[in-house]
Write a protein that binds this ligand. Structure first.
Ligand SMILES: CC(C)(COP(=O)(O)OP(=O)(O)OC[C@H]1O[C@@H](n2cnc3c(N)ncnc32)[C@H](O)[C@@H]1OP(=O)(O)O)[C@@H](O)C(=O)NCCC(=O)NCCS
Length: 189
């Protein structure tokens, strides 16, 4: 398996332990009177990754994480239908990697990696990638989806919460530097 995510981010509060919401996640949670970043990403196309995209993906990975996945990890997921890239014209500006795993006879989606180029963050590109990958996992038969995120990655946690991801449990010292991971899950039915 590829290395666990290790972005450098400030420490943040631990999320409260609570029951897993079974609310559907077809759309993001509503935020009245707020222009969301997602609406700013209209010129961005989301499409399945192609081999020619991998170098750009790897560059974004290296710019985003202290301990990036090796190039070979991305090559391994090349045929995964839920390995998607965000493109502005012909330029790759972000990506998401997700796959399916069997889970007691049902399919569980797993978002394994997501990043947006540092110069393009806050434009709604991450949101667009997540929307598309969750729809793709649902189409592939996933009933629910999980991910791991650094306890201190407040930006990513905020994004996941806006899609109704809920805290499930903590994986102590999950990352190489000793930081805990939060497992978050969302219902796709
Ligand atoms: C997490 C990441 C993919 C988000 O991508 P993005 O394109 O910047 O995200 P968006 O512009 O779609 O914003 C999505 C939500 O993230 C949160 N967010 C974005 N920028 C934020 C910031 N500076 N501070 C706090 N929250 C922020 C908000 O909840 C935002 O929703 P809103 O605009 O409706 O408030 C991006 O920050 C990134 O690549 N980070 C480094 C890699 C990483 O940590 N990946 C996650 C590993 S688990």
């Amino acid at each position: 398996m590829p290395a666990a995510r290790t972005p450098t981010l400030p420490a943040g509060p631990t999320l409260p332990v609570g029951p897993v919401s079974m609310k559907p996640i077809g759309v993001r949670a509503e935020r009245p009177n707020v222009t969301t970043a997602a609406s700013e990403a209209e010129g961005i196309a989301i499409r399945p990754v192609e081999e020619a995209d991998l170098l750009a993906v790897f560059r974004i990975e290296k710019a985003s994480f202290d301990q990036p996945w090796p190039f070979s990890a991305f090559e391994r997921y090349l045929d995964e239908p839920t390995f998607l890239v965000a493109v502005d014209g012909t330029k790759v500006v972000g990506y998401v990697v997700a796959d399916l795993m069997p889970n007691h006879g049902r399919a569980l989606g797993h978002v394994k990696d997501v990043a947006v180029h540092p110069s393009r963050r806050g434009e709604g590109i991450g949101t667009k990638l997540l929307e598309r990958v969750l729809a793709g996992l649902r189409t592939r038969g996933a009933n629910s989806v999980k991910l791991e995120v650094r306890e201190g990655n407040e930006t990513a946690i905020a994004m996941y919460r806006s899609f109704d991801f809920q805290y499930l449990r903590t994986l102590p010292h999950y990352y190489n530097d000793g930081e805990d991971a939060l497992v978050m899950v969302a219902d796709l039915t």
